[in-house]
Design a protein around this ligand. Sequence first.
Ligand code: GDG
Length: 463
Amino acid sequence: MPGRLIVLSNRIPTEGPPSGGLVVALHELLAERGGLWIGAASDFADEPSETFQPVAGEERYEKATFDLTEDEHADYYLGYANSVLWPLCHHRTDLLAMERRYADGYRAVNARVARMLAQIVGPEDRIWVHDYHFLPLALELRRLGVAARVGMFLHIPFPAAADISALTESDEFYQWFAAFDLVGLQTEADVARCLDAYRRHPSGEMLLDGRVKLDGSIFKVRSFPIGIDGKTFADIAKTPPAHDPVHIRADARLILGVDRLDYSKGIPHRFRGFSTYLARRDPCSPRATLLQITPPSRESVMAYQEITRELEALSGRINGQYGEIDWTPIRFVVRSVPRETLVPLYRMASVGLVTPLADGMNLVAKEFVAAQDPDDPGVLVLSRGAGAAEQMTDALIVNPYDAEDVGDAIEKGLTMPLEERRSRHAALMEVVRNTDIFEWGNRFIDALGAVKKPAAQMRETPG
Ligand code: GDG
């Protein structure tokens, strides 16, 4: 009798139907397969508890939360996860905010979640852990004697060995991943970085069957490039919006950027690239407005406050330099817009500017392509630092650090002949279809189920 599926992610939809790509996909997968979805509670607890809280709902699967105290949230989530692991994995070791209490809080929350899981997990269950918030989870479960299959999907880039060595806990970092049975990464480049890091590790060993061995632990690493529900996106995009969401002149062009307000997304570099385009632009060519939609994120982390100030100053300076009384070149919107507005904006845009400095995949790139009119599609300008660039090779691929390269790509995108736009779009749409989010989830779950034996049974005693 196969066991159940247990999904652990930082956030779960606790109220009402889920919205947003990944959350909807996990919801659908669990509805189809049954199981349990666990995530952090939205309210702080006074004292950490040792049992999950069930969440009432109508779904065909169960949901439960683990609570966090305010101190745990500060050290585990804002501290270690978002001020240490996030910059580490995005090549920003200069931003590492290392405090011993962050690492302690991170380990303690993971150990507590593992204790709660150990109370409910059966040997045939599959535990699918999402992302950098839970790296120590499998190691903690093994310490408690849990033999179930445990897989990790890392949504963000796997760091290079040189960056890992900047961590105080670099030894543990290697052990954390090695304790999983299956480690899923976004791209082949991530897999190569991961294998390279373990190859360099004094105790790392590559087995003949492709798995990786570290001391007594053996794990498999594979790429599972994440995607979107492209069909639903394309269907929504076909419905004309009830009203014009941007009100730009009929002869003007729209360039769109959509990113959480995060330093990894390269938004200042993008603004400088757009400024380069403006500086060189023929005054008779149509005006282009860059609409940058930027929902705030992790606002209490210092590095995120700094980037907001930088962007406000930069957009003000560029608008002052190039704006006209009837034209504001950059519209910098620091809030989230509803999906019903976002999708028509994708479709209206002549150019989608997706220029992160580093990004696990970047779903906006895929959403932009899915929302286009195939007969008159917009052009995707995509950073080579985004995981999506490994598959979406028919985009205009740019170096996000090079303002002139970005400026040239904007110009090329705005002036690209219709035939070329159509053929590039058709090739990109094929990629979107081939990385359907539901298929992605099923592939990971099946691969986890196919792991030969629960790792605890294979594990040798480190000696
Ligand atoms: C992490 C990794 C990886 C954004 N603004 C609005 C809005 N969004 C939606 C987009 C898209 C999602 O948020 C952002 O996804 P990304 O993939 O671009 O980036 P991260 O949030 O950093 O996600 C990333 C991903 O995990 C999945 O594995 O691709 O590399 O960093 O769906 O549409 N949605 C609405 N209004 C907004 O203003 N409705």
